[in-house]
Design a protein around this ligand. Structure first.
Ligand code: RIB
Length: 316
């Protein structure tokens, strides 16, 4: 059995700067580096580095970046049998700025990610009979994401949707196909149309997401923790305390680790703690894929820090 990630693969061009520029402003950067990223690829790497058999389905271009991206996936033990190279197309690129508070802005140019089509859905269908979950994000065309979610639903495979980057609205059809929807604060606010920033607004937002058809809403609130609501319960999982260095891929680390925990048969609450731990570790290191923890690092961190985690089931 394995996890399947159907998603984007990008090369990240990262500039670090003291503060992010305002519109029309130039600021000087302090350093520049290039790493492998993409929300889909990051989630696959996060799960694979925790030792879970993981397939990625997606596309790279026939440029040098494409080869670099494939190499990183292979090194992380992600199965790339169904990652294809699209001819005459550039790989997905993310232009990222990170400031000294570890905050970031990201512009993604889809490239080959935008070329996924029904042939990729056929590849997905061939894997679904042996899948424990399908992880989706929104850096691929929405109609292909809907087709992927539909195929998983028909095969009885759990669907985890990271609605990132957040659109102004998501088709109702997609909500109904989703078991877990996992927005961060910005994404949740955008989806529901009001600021989501405390337990009260989280509950209100989660109820809207559940009413639209998702079975469970998991709101990733960064240093404030994770708010989770199902149709029968809701609770907070506090964040692990770390010194933030770079928040890029923290959400991907969360989703990959949460899915890894589901794969291992852990409970919802334990799975959220896994997500929170992997997210915290990712925030404590620079870059996307290089910040994702190995199983050994992850277990050591959990062992040292889990006792400090108290679930708040009295959330409003
Ligand atoms: O979630 C982080 C990722 O978003 C980066 O790796 C970048 O490629 C964009 O997809």
């Amino acid at each position: 059995m394995s996890l399947i990630v159907f998603g984007s693969i990008n090369i990240d061009l990262v500039a670090q700067t003291t503060r992010l520029p305002h519109t029309g402003e130039t600021v000087l950067g302090t350093s520049f580096f290039t790493v492998s990223g993409g929300k889909g690829a990051n989630q696959a790497v996060a799960a694979a580095k925790l030792g879970i058999p993981t397939y990625l389905i997606g596309r790279v271009g026939d440029d040098d970046f494409g080869q670099t991206l494939l190499n990183s996936l292979t090194e992380a033990n992600v199965n790339i049998d169904f990652v294809t190279v699209t001819p005459n197309t550039g790989s997905g690129v993310a232009i990222i700025a990170v400031d000294e508070n570890a905050d970031n802005t990201i512009i993604v140019v889809s490239g080959a990610n935008g070329c996924v089509d029904e042939t990729d859905i056929d590849r997905l269908k061939s894997l679904l009979p042996k899948a424990t979950a399908l992880l989706l994000q929104l850096e691929m065309p929405i109609d292909v994401n809907i087709a992927a979610a539909k195929a998983a639903k028909e095969a009885g495979v759990r669907v985890i949707l990271d609605p990132a980057p957040a659109p102004d609205s998501l088709p109702d059809e997609l909500y109904h196909l989703v078991d877990f929807i996992t927005p961060n604060e910005t994404e949740a606010s955008r989806l529901v149309g009001f600021p989501v920033n405390d337990q009260e607004t989280c509950l209100k937002a989660a109820k809207i997401l559940l009413d639209r058809g998702a079975s469970t809403a998991v709101l990733k609130l960064g240093a404030k923790g994770v708010f989770c609501a199902t149709r029968t319960e809701h609770f907070m999982v506090p964040a692990f305390k770390i010194t933030p260095v770079d928040t890029v891929a923290a959400g991907d680390a969360f989703n990959g680790a949460m899915a890894a925990a589901f794969h291992e048969g852990l409970s919802l609450q334990e799975s959220l703690i896994w997500g929170a731990a992997a997210g915290a570790l990712a925030v404590s290191k620079q870059g996307a894929q290089p910040s994702l923890p190995s199983r050994a690092t992850f277990e050591a961190f959990l062992q040292t820090n889990s006792a400090k985690i108290d679930l708040d089931t009295d959330a409003p």
